[in-house]
Design a protein around this ligand. Sequence first.
Ligand SMILES: NC(=O)c1ccc[n+]([C@@H]2O[C@H](COP(=O)([O-])OP(=O)(O)OC[C@H]3O[C@@H](n4cnc5c(N)ncnc54)[C@H](OP(=O)(O)O)[C@@H]3O)[C@@H](O)[C@H]2O)c1
Length: 205
Amino acid sequence: MSSAGVRTDDAVAAKQRTDRSRVIALVAMTPTGVIGKDGDMPWRLRSDLMRFKQLTMGGTLIMGRRTYDSIGRPLPGRRTIVVTRNADWKCEGVCRAENPEQAVQMARQAPASQSSPTSQQESSADSDTSSKNRGIYVVGGAEIYRQLLPCCDEVWLTRVWSSVCGDTTLSIELSKFRQIEQTRVIASSKNSVPTEFIRMVRENS
Ligand SMILES: NC(=O)c1ccc[n+]([C@@H]2O[C@H](COP(=O)([O-])OP(=O)(O)OC[C@H]3O[C@@H](n4cnc5c(N)ncnc54)[C@H](OP(=O)(O)O)[C@@H]3O)[C@@H](O)[C@H]2O)c1
């Protein structure tokens, strides 16, 4: 409650954060906030894709319908929840949520590693990781980040050191988070531009 006795949006989000699994946003973004172009990401970063796989394996991915379309399939070893207003939307191996809040509720009600077996295509190392992972990962795009960032406990940001232009941008209020980890990756044949992986947790979470 605020001093006037009125519950603020921040207070509601803080209350929601106290009694459930951690909700983590993963986003790759340039310094000017570009996250996408023509329905895809305007870079190829193998190290970042591998880290994404390792970190999310066994957990639940929440994504918007357009991001799902750009991937085109459920990612193995993780439960996928797609947010869409289209009540007829269906895809084998994917759950549909009618709004972002419902997606988070669905993820909390049945943690992924209890409810969905890891794909047989995954290695045993992946299986070991997945059996312990109860994480809920918000993985875009911009519309979904904007709506769910207020209830995220952590942001795992890949800062993409590129001046590329895009048609999908995002702004994150980083002052609400405290940096706890930072790893640099130089440009190479597998990573077209240098990146920085920054792990941030919400202040007072
Ligand atoms: N750099 C990164 O880390 C990253 C990560 C993910 C995606 N991306 C990029 O971001 C771009 C896509 O982002 P985007 O913002 O255009 O789309 P998006 O967030 O992926 O999906 C938007 C769709 O989600 C559904 N939706 C959004 N809010 C909703 C609500 N309140 N209730 C119900 N459904 C809702 C709607 O689906 P319907 O139209 O079906 O109703 C909407 O069209 C792509 O370029 C992608 O490559 C970048």
